[in-house]
Design a protein. Structure first.
Ligand code: MG
Length: 249
């Protein structure tokens, strides 16, 4: 392989955050329904996937408002909670919405499962003597916990993980890529792999890295940046890395 250093994004690149989100939200709602049944607030359990589809729909609607800073994080969570409960004629208050989300954040990481092919990929990189790292936007304790939960701790130690909260700078800023490279060792042969076009692909390419777009959520590219390759699944990445000479030639 031509690269000396390969770094990865974390969420939706090495594991499915979407899947963990669905499982954890459904688990919290199941517990809530149990409580309501005992208190005779409801008579029957609702179908989980029907309820979740609605919760997901409101999450997507209000996420846009949160992203454009029209509402803050707490309001965003209350709005998606309230509108979902309203739709099913279930009770809701701000306090209940906050408690529901506190529960969710407590447990969501325990639902993270590695993507298929992750360990094979890491083993191959390790055997090839390639330096690996993770560059991720998020809070430190959550991101370290996810790395541990998906079983990456034996491949990537904490000093190879670069988290925006700890560094005070986030992707797509060039700075976080520079810091990672400085810590891992300067090299011209560096590759970044991630699922966010803006944060991972634009960020890495603008910082002078090669990039592979791991488009796990089927999102279109929004700029003219040129990644080395686009993959839909992590299992495809290893093939691209093995073929890199022919690709470049
Ligand atoms: Mg991601």
């Amino acid at each position: 392989m031509q690269w000396k250093t390969i770094c990865f994004d974390l969420d939706n690149t090495l594991f499915s955050h979407e899947e963990a989100f669905e499982k954890a939200i459904c688990y919290c709602f199941e517990q809530l329904q149990q409580k309501w049944l005992e208190k005779n607030v409801i008579e029957n359990q609702l179908d989980l996937s029907t309820w979740f589809n609605s919760f997901k729909r409101y999450s997507d609607i209000y996420w846009k408002k949160f992203e454009t800073k029209k509402v803050d994080a707490k309001t965003y969570r209350r709005l998606r909670y309230h509108d979902t409960m309203k739709e099913f004629a279930l009770p809701y208050t701000d306090e209940e919405a906050d408690a529901f989300h506190a529960h969710y954040y407590d447990i969501v990481d325990t639902f993270s499962e590695p993507y298929e092919g992750l360990f094979e990929l890491m083993s191959v990189l390790q055997q090839s003597g390639i330096i690996v790292g993770i560059i991720t936007n998020g809070t430190a304790d959550t991101q370290y916990r996810k790395v541990e939960k998906i079983g990456l701790a034996s491949f990537i130690s904490n000093d190879q993980i670069f988290i925006s909260e700890e560094l005070g700078v986030a992707k797509p800023s060039r700075k976080i890529f520079d810091i990672a490279l400085q810590k891992l060792g300067e090299t011209k042969e560096k590759l970044f792999i991630g699922d966010s076009w803006e944060h991972d692909i634009c960020g890495a390419i603008d910082a002078g890295w090669d990039a592979i777009y791991l488009n796990t959520r089927d999102k279109p590219s929004a700029t003219n940046h040129q990644p080395l390759a686009t993959c839909q699944k992590l299992t495809e990445v290893l093939n691209v890395l093995r073929d890199d000479q022919s690709m470049k030639g």
